[in-house]
Write a protein that binds this ligand. Structure first.
Ligand SMILES: CC(C)(COP(=O)(O)OP(=O)(O)OC[C@H]1O[C@@H](n2cnc3c(N)ncnc32)[C@H](O)[C@@H]1OP(=O)(O)O)[C@@H](O)C(=O)NCCC(=O)NCCS
Length: 325
């Protein structure tokens, strides 16, 4: 079975408050707080990059696992905001950490579901060929999003989270993971410019089309609630447990109202759901691993706890993982 051997997380120091956004776009602290529960988020400094953030979280996770980079046998990086267009961030991370010539790959474009999907891939890889797999979720979205579109810019923040998975002495076992995708809902959350259908152009740059995340907010909200709650129910059914057995749900931190709706649908007590969206906003693929790391660091997770991770993202993808500490 694949276990979690170590955890790590990183957020940049710079804090961007709702009032800071209100000074730049037509919004208010009241609107953002009421609709999303977000009060602050962290933004990378000008000399920080996706790779720096990924490396910071990865180094902590490797140390927490009592391992060295040379022990890592494979690397998966989930991100929609890579260091470069080519090559992938995982290649650069392998070199930065000094992991040797182990296989690496990025999982991109699946929005905020990327990390839990990557966890599932890592778990399958370990069962096929036992090895220590570094799984990173990282997002430096502040540099790639539009700073003019109030409908989206206020939602996001930068962060990184990482786990080392493998056979051996584990802090937690990943009991099961469910994942799913509804490609017919691809258009509810998109960034259209930059690919082959709409290549990057001077005209696109002038209108900032290459930074324009188009979101049907209400539909994303509805799908997120439906899919995360059913993914949690499914993964619990598969391991023969119920929500009453769950010590902590760690959901993707997109919006407090989404988290509350999932909690109510599942019938989980408020204290059994980890929430840090107020402090960090939506950090994409970093959201779940960073929240898991923070919950573990701050004593919200204890030995013996059954923890369920769940996420959704552009695609439309969803996933849930049952993790026994
Ligand atoms: C985005 C979201 C908070 C918007 O809330 P909503 O209740 O659906 O609000 P609407 O989109 O209907 O917008 C209501 C009004 O607020 C306005 N508005 C949008 N962003 C605003 C902002 N930052 N400040 C002030 N007003 C804003 C809209 O222009 C609209 O005005 P109008 O009625 O005059 O047209 C909500 O839909 C949501 O959380 N969706 C899920 C998003 C998500 O999780 N995305 C991440 C995916 S990983």
């Amino acid at each position: 079975m694949a276990g979690i051997l170590g955890l790590g997380g990183y957020v940049p120091e710079r804090v961007m408050s709702n009032d800071d956004w209100a000074a730049l776009v037509d919004t208010t602290d009241e609107w953002i707080t009421a609709r999303t529960g977000i009060k602050r988020r962290r933004f990378a400094s000008d000399d920080e990059s996706t790779l720096d953030m990924a490396a910071a979280a990865a180094e902590l996770a490797i140390k927490d696992a009592d391992l060295s980079p040379a022990d890592i046998g494979e690397i998966i990086v989930a991100t929609d905001t890579p260091e470069l267009y080519l090559p992938d961030t995982s290649s650069l991370l392998q070199d930065r950490l000094g992991c040797g010539n182990v296989p690496t790959y990025d999982l991109g474009g699946s929005g905020c579901a990327g990390f839990v999907q990557a966890l599932d891939v890592a778990r399958a890889r370990i069962q096929f060929a036992p090895r220590k797999v570094l799984v990173v979720g990282v997002e430096l979205i502040s540099r790639l999003m539009s700073w003019k579109s109030r409908a989206t810019c206020v939602l996001f923040g930068d962060a990184a989270g990482a786990v080392v998975m493998g056979p051996g002495e584990a802090k937690a076992e990943v009991l099961d993971v469910v994942t799913g995708t509804d490609g017919s809902k691809a258009d509810i959350l998109t960034l259209r410019t930059g690919g082959t259908r709409h290549p990057f152009s001077i005209d696109a740059a002038k209108t900032e089309a290459h930074r324009n995340i188009e979101m049907h907010g209400r539909e994303v909200f509805r799908e997120a609630v439906l899919r995360m709650s059913s993914a949690v129910t499914d993964v619990l059914r598969r391991i023969g447990k119920s929500v009453a057995d769950v010590a902590l749900v760690v959901p993707h931190q997109a919006n407090k109202r989404i988290i509350d709706a999932v909690r109510k649908r599942l019938g989980v007590a408020e204290e059994s759901v980890y929430v840090n969206v107020e402090e960090y906003g939506n950090t994409g693929s970093a959201s779940v691993p960073f929240a898991l790391w923070e919950a573990h660091q701050t004593g919200r997770i204890n030995a013996g706890d059954l923890v369920v991770l769940t996420a959704f993202g552009a695609g439309f993808h969803w996933a849930a993982a049952a993790v026994q500490f």
